[in-house]
Design a protein around this ligand. Structure first.
Ligand code: FE2
Ligand code: FE2
Length: 159
């Protein structure tokens, strides 16, 4: 992003890059676990859910990439190591169901992740409101996607 582009962001860029790094790292965590779930889920409905988790994994990686682009525009760089990814994500331990055919067990994990993402983007959207329109729009956009994803998982739990 050029000089003018940076100037119009009225927030402390160091703080903003830090917040975006947390979101970037969290998206990578979700991306990783959704990919893992796609690979280990088993049972009769494996093809359906492997596909759902694979698509979710790709979607979250897409989110991470959009955030990385914004971090770069602000003159920063995303976290560089996998250890930093875990640290910035700050999500804690993820435990998949012991039974690989326990679809609902998997879905509950991802539902929790969507809820975490919703809090994250809701917070970012509020803090950037009227101060950094580009980051604000990104946060709103990602927020609406996470809200839709939460609902999809909730519906799957009702099946
Ligand atoms: Fe996401
Ligand atoms: Fe999501």
């Amino acid at each position: 992003m050029g000089q003018k582009g940076r100037e119009i962001s009225k927030l402390d860029h160091k703080w903003l890059i830090e917040e975006l790094s947390k979101a970037y790292a969290f998206e990578w965590v979700v991306h990783y676990y959704a990919s893992l779930a796609a690979n280990i889920v088993s049972g009769l409905r494996t093809p359906v859910y492997a596909d759902i988790f694979k698509k979710a994994s790709e979607g979250e990686l897409g989110h991470a990439n959009r955030i990385a682009k914004r971090i770069a525009e602000l003159g920063g760089e995303p976290p560089q190591t996998m250890a930093d990814i875990e640290k910035f994500a700050g999500f804690g331990k993820v435990s998949f169901p012991n039974e690989r055919s326990d679809i609902k067990g998997f879905i509950k994990v991802f539902l929790k992740m969507e809820q975490h993402a919703i809090s994250l983007y809701n917070d970012l959207a509020q803090k950037t409101h009227g101060k950094d329109l580009v980051t604000h729009e990104l946060a709103e956009d990602l927020l609406s996607e996470e809200v839709a994803e939460e609902e999809e998982y909730e519906n799957m739990l009702r099946e």
